[in-house]
Design a protein around this ligand. Structure first.
Ligand SMILES: [Zn+2]
Length: 235
């Protein structure tokens, strides 16, 4: 469907309309090197509707008219832009919406996520770093504290993006305190209660991933006790 009434779903002068926000965030993420070469994707939920960036469009050139709109309860497309394919990330976004009641989901091909997935086996852990406090505990109100350990699961990549759905859903169930899932040699999925929270979580996690890579390069364990880094430096 792409009639005039469906087009009205993505036309708005409000900069906070999901179709406009997806374009703004795609440009921002492109400039951060997270969604280069059409990789990655973003989806935002507004009540029962989800807005999804298309497949194969250069992220920095995305326009609201490119957006797919789906009815979340029925999974029926309310708007399909001409000559575009829905994002292969769509089943993964749906997993975050249905299992976590997310308000938005972000998928990037961040190099920090890829490198971390090569340095860790089943989970990435980091502790005693101030930036952890930007991330929600999920299973209880509030955010992680400075002395907490953050754990993010890592799943294996598949030949096709949509085939990640089952393992991503299992990771969401197995790691109820995580608001993200790393995909080995591929990237990361991050979601949040709102699009702004998802953006903050994605930025905070990427910062922690980059920091962990640098700490390991210096021989400092990212999940080590406070003080262990000083011993490491003396060795
Ligand atoms: Zn991907």
């Amino acid at each position: 469907m792409s009639d005039a009434s469906a087009d009205s779903l993505v036309v708005s002068r409000d900069p906070n309309h999901p179709a406009n926000l997806i374009c703004e965030l795609c440009t921002l993420f492109y400039n951060n090197g997270w969604v280069t070469g059409t990789g990655g994707g973003i989806s935002i939920r507004e009540a029962d509707k989800i807005f999804i960036a298309p497949s194969g469009v250069q992220k920095e050139r995305m326009v609201p008219d490119n957006m797919f709109v789906m009815n979340l309860p029925t999974r029926e497309y309310l708007r399909v832009p001409k000559s575009l394919k829905p994002s292969a990330c769509t089943p993964l976004f749906l997993a975050a919406y249905t299992n976590r009641n997310a308000g938005a989901c972000i998928h990037t091909h961040s190099q920090n996520a890829v490198i971390i997935s090569l340095l860790y086996d089943k989970v990435f852990t980091i502790a005693n770093i101030e930036q952890i406090k930007a991330l929600p505990k999920i299973t209880e109100p509030g955010y992680f504290g400075f002395f907490d350990t953050l754990t993010i699961p890592i799943i294996e990549n598949t030949a096709h993006e949509e085939d990640l759905k089952d393992s991503l859903e299992q990771a969401i169930i197995d790691y109820p305190t995580s608001t993200a899932v790393l995909v080995r040699r591929h990237g990361i999925y991050v979601w949040g209660e709102t699009v702004w929270k998802a953006k903050v979580y994605n930025e905070a996690i990427d910062y922690l991933l980059e920091l962990a890579i640098k700490m390991r390069q210096l021989g400092i364990p990212p999940d080590g006790a406070i003080g262990s880094e000083r011993n490491t430096r003396l060795v």
